[in-house]
Design a protein around this ligand. Structure first.
Ligand SMILES: [Fe+2]
Ligand SMILES: [Fe+2]
Length: 121
């Protein structure tokens, strides 16, 4: 259940990202879901970055660097010219789950608190 203290758009988008990740772990998942996740993550990062700029968020440089590293890793995974077999699926799903969990419950929470106290959400 959503808390009233959540930044609604950010929370909802994180949920979609985790849902896409769940779909990526299902048997029969393929590169199209990975691509969908990449597109969704890009839109989500862009929106967070828009807020960070608009609110002059003090930690924005490190946060955007973190997004950029993820963008690079994801682009590499999407580009890899290899079959989306079970091993690749597992490697990709494990990596993305670890990264996303750490990011969403780490620096994204700090950003959320900042947006909340700014009253801009
Ligand atoms: Fe986020
Ligand atoms: Fe973020």
């Amino acid at each position: 259940m959503r808390k009233t203290s959540d930044v609604i758009w950010q929370d909802a988008q994180h949920q979609v990202l985790f849902e896409l990740l769940d779909r990526l772990k299902q048997p029969g998942a393929d590169g199209r879901i990975l691509q969908r996740l990449q597109e969704y993550a890009e839109n989500h990062f862009a929106l967070e970055e828009l807020y960070m700029h608009a609110l002059a968020y003090p930690d924005r440089e490190a946060h955007i660097e973190s997004h950029d590293r993820f963008r690079m890793e994801l682009a590499q995974l999407v580009d890899e010219d290899r079959e989306f077999d079970e091993l690749f699926q597992e490697i990709v799903a494990t990596f993305l789950t670890e990264w996303l969990t750490r990011h969403v419950f780490g620096i994204d929470k700090q950003l959320e608190a900042f947006i909340l106290q700014s009253g801009a959400c």
